[in-house]
Design a protein around this ligand. Sequence first.
Ligand code: CO8
Length: 373
Amino acid sequence: MTNVVITGTGLYTPEHAIDNAALVAAFNAWVDSDNSAHADAIARGEREPLAYSSSEFIEKASGIKSRYVLDAQGILDPQRMKPKLPQRSNAEPSIQCEMATSAARQALAAAQVDAADIELVIVACSNLERAYPAVAVEVQQQLGTAGYGFDMNVACSSATFAMEMAANAIAAGSVKRALIVNPEICSAHLNFRDRDSHFIFGDACTALVLENSDVAVAEERYEILGTRLVTRFSNAIRNNSGFLNRVTDSDPMALDKLFVQEGRRVFKEVCPMVAKLITDHLASLELNGSDLKRMWLHQANQHMNDLIARKVLGYDPSATEAPIILDRYANTSSAGSIIAFHLYRQQLVAGDVGVICSFGAGYSAGSVVVRRH
Ligand code: CO8
């Protein structure tokens, strides 16, 4: 059996941060202007006034205090409330390619791998900035990697699903080294005028190098003991943006072309699904919750992570056992669990076991159990 190891990780963090107070101030300024524009209809009882958002609610309901975004100014402008990103020409690197190469260079350096020795690039994320050519092929060209690349999307679970794809390709012998990147521009598909969800997401990009252990040289490495994926269809998290919008004559700017969710339902349905996935996966590897030193969970909601970790471990996890990064990054979709893995693994010693687990739209969930070498 071929051993597949993770030998390097990388993280690109945008330079702009927006804390809850700034986000809520922009939201509430927009509420004031919308309510005053419709004051007569509100006075006649024909229209409900819009309600304020609050920093206290956001932090209590989600654990999020701040988020990084590619552009703060456009989001915080009450007249605009969406990022303003430059239109790039075909001759320039795409935005996702730029994010990906920044994170990838760190991961390659950590793995002590030359780009030319990578034979597979997977760009795995929730939203791709164009239909084709694949961003992965552009990343391949920018970095100078060999072999092939492709894009894939399983929403928040994209990174763990890509890890299974890459691990299988290495185990099958078709490639020796793979690079996975997760360039998430969540701010571009978030409705910053929706009180229920305007605070949820942030932008970031993560990178992972996976290798056949026979060719790996990095001292710090994590053997992949197993991967397990699960999906179950649900409309509770949905975005109807797509290439058919043009020909179905639907409004491409309509609100259903942005992220829409029933948050409570997601919480209720996804937590048991994820706890069972991890528990069953561990059992198939003859392990159980007490064998886990670390749970690098998807970063959507602090309460969700506490509940899932409690179900798997049998007790309330410490901040070390189930690290949280969503307080400062918010939900960065597929990048979240990898950011946690990137930032919180150094204290592990040889033989320690942990699980990387993501979950989200689909529904989809992926579990990757690793052991420090
Ligand atoms: N400020 C103040 N009050 C508020 C606000 C606000 N901003 N929003 C809602 N409230 C009020 C509500 O009106 C309600 O009031 P009342 O009780 O009087 O009716 C009360 O607060 C409670 O509202 P909720 O029931 O909606 O609040 P919850 O406690 O359920 O918390 C959460 C909302 C935080 C959204 C929570 O439900 C949650 O986190 N759920 C899980 C969500 C999740 O994990 N989703 C995963 C999706 S991510 C994914 O798969 C990736 C998709 C691709 C991403 C693409 C980029 C965009």
